[in-house]
Design a protein around this ligand. Sequence first.
Ligand code: C5P
Length: 220
Amino acid sequence: DSIPVLTIDGPSGAGKGTVSRIVASRLGWHYLDSGALYRAVGVAASWANLDISDPAALVRCTFDTRVSFSDAEHGLRVLVNDVDATDELRLETTGAVASAIAAFPEVRSALKERQRAFRQPPGLVADGRDMGTVIFPDAPFKVFLTASAEERAKRRYKQLKDKGVSVTLDGLLREILARDARDAQRTVAPLRPAEDAVLIDTTGLDIEQVVERVLALVNP
Ligand code: C5P
């Protein structure tokens, strides 16, 4: 495939979403938020009261769930079965459900082609856990973003506090460590950098510094 892809993988809270969106917009490339697809399936499954430990039901739900991304006035909105689910998708509880269903290989493969369809000219920035390892192994540009768990908990704390959500730093840190462990230890597509990925530790860097480092890979 000659359409370029920049994959940005890493644990939650490393800044992937913010960095990927800015980089995509500067390059004029499309953007895939693959976590939003897992979150959308999780939300649709809970709306339908499905048993989220039943992979067959989840696969049906994956194929039945329409997900569309729209660039509305107030930032990127995500519609699940034509309902604006943007706020619900961001909840920590939704992240936990997404992480649980993402552990089923059946669910992962049901989402594979859907993710690859985002590869459209002039290029794609793909944000997730296995973009460089599984979904776009032939991507010419691969980044693995990390940050210490403490730094990621602090960033998430600030984001949530700014939104008026009441959380504790300690609770967030525990959730982040638990989710990291689940994502890294699962047998299918565990979170790990692709062999040819460039590692960027964002601890102590601001967003612009990270964006510049990533852009320098694409346009040296
Ligand atoms: O990135 P985000 O926090 O939105 O992802 C939610 C969950 O979906 C992650 O914790 C992870 O378990 C799962 N996920 C995944 N593979 C991806 C993207 C997300 O397994 N490519």
